[in-house]
Write a protein that binds this ligand. Structure first.
Ligand SMILES: [Zn+2]
Ligand SMILES: [Zn+2]
Length: 317
């Protein structure tokens, strides 16, 4: 294994100390440390990611890239690949706090309308008992720590989780997933059958739905432009052909319009690639190669889909 240089160490330390970093900030840091720009020296950047990931894998950590689904921005962060939540959330959070976090994630990710968030009030009323698993619900024994987990403890926990970027609280009173959750929960989204975006194949937690009730297609808002810029698609759902009616007030389907962060993401958005599946092509979108390099251990995409009505039944709505 290649030894890590002080440059690798500095990048890892920055991610450990500061938490997930926005792509442009991470690139800037990379440029300061290596005196090379990821835009001009993509190969070097990818080599850095691979070298760091090889070293990190020994401690079951991974440097990963993901998109924040609310604004479409790419972030880089370190993820703990140990599977239980206790190690992921560290020693900072108690068992009922972790159960509460899981309840919030489930409520957000399994929402059939893919709004990407729940109201603060709804979050405060989530029941922790559902997180005890089969053993807990069968024995009807609720641990006192769960029973005594008051509204004010819940409020405090939401604030702490938001501080650590596991959650994000919006000014209009919604609890959304934080960047750290998007980084960390990719395999959880897949094993829990969270329907994926038609374009990039990542879980569609915050996404637009096809207006045809019987159709399961959902697309991230930031992926929509790419889907609809294909002239042949006539701005229609790729599955059922229904005219796509965007609910986003600011989504205008101008082909020449580029992503807000395209500047930092290099050249590939201008390349027209010919592939049969929309997904693949655009997933590796603007900076796909470096995200892919940071995601070398990503499991294969799950193509299972559920209909909106079965989603309602599944989560008991
Ligand atoms: Zn997408
Ligand atoms: Zn459709």
């Amino acid at each position: 294994m290649r030894e890590l240089s002080w440059r690798h160490h500095t990048l890892i330390q920055a991610l450990l100390a500061r938490g997930p970093l926005r792509e442009d900030h991470f690139h800037l840091l990379f440029t300061r440390i290596t005196e090379k720009s990821p835009d001009n020296d993509r190969q070097l950047f990818n080599n850095y990611l691979l070298t760091m990931n090889k070293a990190l894998s020994f401690a079951q950590f991974e440097l990963r890239g993901c998109r924040n689904q609310y604004d479409g921005r790419v972030y880089y962060g370190l993820v703990n690949n140990v599977s239980d939540e206790q190690s992921k959330l560290g020693t900072k959070y108690s068992v009922p706090q972790i159960a509460f976090y899981k309840a919030i994630v489930e409520a957000i990710a399994q929402d059939p309308s893919a709004q990407g968030g729940i109201s603060n009030i709804a979050a405060l009323h989530l029941q922790l008992e559902n997180q005890l698993g089969d053993a807990g619900s069968q024995s009807h024994v609720i641990p006192p720590a769960f029973k005594n987990f008051s509204i004010s403890l819940k409020e405090k926990t939401i604030a702490e989780l938001a501080q650590d970027q596991w959650l994000n609280c919006t000014p209009d009173g919604f609890v959304n997933l934080g960047v750290r959750s998007f980084l960390d929960l990719r395999s959880w989204f897949r094993t829990n059958d969270i329907p994926s975006c038609e374009v990039c194949n990542e879980a569609g937690v915050k996404a637009e739905l096809c207006s045809n009730e019987g159709c399961t297609v959902r697309v991230h808002r930031y992926c929509l432009k790419k889907m609809l810029s294909n002239k042949k698609s006539k701005r229609a759902c790729p599955s059922c052909g229904t005219q796509w009616r965007s609910t986003a007030p600011n989504v205008e389907f101008k082909e020449e319009e580029d992503e807000p962060d395209a500047r930092i993401q290099g050249q590939s958005s201008s390349h027209k690639r010919k592939k049969t599946r929309l997904n693949r092509d655009i997933d590796s979108g603007p900076n796909g190669d470096s995200v892919a390099a940071a995601q070398a251990s990503q499991p294969p995409p799950d193509t299972r889909r559920i209909t909106r009505s079965s989603a309602h039944q599944r989560i008991g709505m």
